[in-house]
Design a protein around this ligand. Structure first.
Ligand code: FAD
Length: 305
């Protein structure tokens, strides 16, 4: 119930205007977001690198309804990639992009064009781009754009959501050698017609899909904090004889940070999803929805201020 309310809050422009203006969610923002500026996020990425971790930087902002804003977002990503290269972090840090922040709600061709500029800058910097996945109404178009981008930028990563009923087929389709695929449970509220919703069913689907990616020779990016899936991924990798450089774990900034460091110290490649920027509202609501217990921590932090 609370989860559904928080997911609805993440989609509400009105609440974003109300809550975004005051400091109510500040403690949650500080926990899940690396800062407001490019300098902030580069500083965080360097700290992670010093701890043996990798990063994928996300410039917060989604559902842009203005072509000029989409172009501005792309330019900011290009500038960020220059900074990543200048900071000597290109072997540790890539970027994640949302097609809706690059104009897909106006025109998919515009979003593809803007993402191409970012992919070209990533090639030049010596790193990669991963295209995030949004709600299921966008899956087909997002994967079409991903395939088009990969013709010129083959290392471009994609994301599949284990909860969607179609994902096993997508894993068979995209699970080929060299294909960088982030597998996550799925962060969006989806109808039963397209998604499984029971936790046990999502976990079973996750491991089935991960097995398909490994069988196909893809480079799976295991994006989860779930201890059962973290252990299950390592077991599957052993079963498929995959070396530690043939796949990686991914976790969100601010979530299970000790586990991120433990896995890295045990020799795994661990990449932290590192969001930054002033448009933090929707991202923060989705993080709270994933674990409503975080609201208690948020309440305590607010009371102690
Ligand atoms: P859960 O069952 O949600 O969590 C397992 C355990 O992890 C919890 O018991 C708790 O201990 C801890 N935990 C999980 N979330 C939190 C939290 N917010 N705060 C504190 N503790 C928590 N989804 C998309 O739809 N599209 C994407 O492109 C996408 N990219 C992602 C990239 C990365 C690197 C990661 C890690 C996730 C991404 N997600 C994306 C979100 C994902 O789909 C899930 O919503 C999210 O990861 C929670 O699922 P979980 O696998 O961690 O398992």
């Amino acid at each position: 119930m609370l989860r559904t309310m928080l997911q609805a809050a993440a989609r509400s422009d009105r609440l974003e205007r109300m809550v975004g203006r005051n400091r109510l969610l500040r403690p949650a923002v500080d926990r899940f977001v690396a800062g407001a500026s490019a300098e902030d996020v580069i500083r965080s990425a360097r700290r992670l690198a010093d701890d043996g971790l990798y990063a994928t930087i996300d410039q917060l902002g989604e559902a842009c309804r203005d072509a000029r804003a989409a172009e501005r977002t792309a330019r900011e990503y290009v500038a960020l990639l220059h900074r990543v290269a200048d900071a000597g972090l290109a072997d540790r840090v890539e970027v994640s992009v949302k097609l809706s922040a690059l104009g897909s709600e106006l025109d998919w061709a515009l979003a593809e064009e803007q993402t191409r500029l970012i992919c070209a800058a990533a090639d030049e910097a010596g790193t990669t781009v991963t295209v995030d996945m949004e709600d299921s109404s966008t899956t087909e178009d997002t994967l079409r754009v991903l395939r088009a981008l990969r013709r010129d930028h083959p290392r471009t990563g994609g994301v599949l959501q284990a909860m969607l009923r179609r994902t096993a087929d997508d894993c068979r389709d995209l699970g080929e050698p060299g294909s960088r695929i982030r597998l996550c449970k799925g962060a969006y509220h989806e109808p039963a017609a397209v998604a499984v919703t029971a936790a046990a069913d999502i976990n079973a689907a996750y491991l089935r899909c991960l097995g398909l990616l490994m069988e196909g020779g893809a480079y799976p990016m295991v994006a989860t904090h779930d201890p059962r899936l973290v252990a299950g991924a390592a077991a599957l990798a052993r079963k498929h004889g995959m070396g530690r450089d043939a796949w990686e774990y991914q976790m969100l900034f601010g979530v299970r940070a000790d586990e991120q460091r433990r896995l890295a110290q045990a020799g795994h490649r661990v990449r932290v999803y590192l969001p930054y920027g002033p448009d933090w509202y929707r991202y923060t609501c989705r993080r709270l929805a994933e674990r409503p217990a975080n609201l208690v921590l948020l309440g305590r932090a607010m009371l102690s201020r």
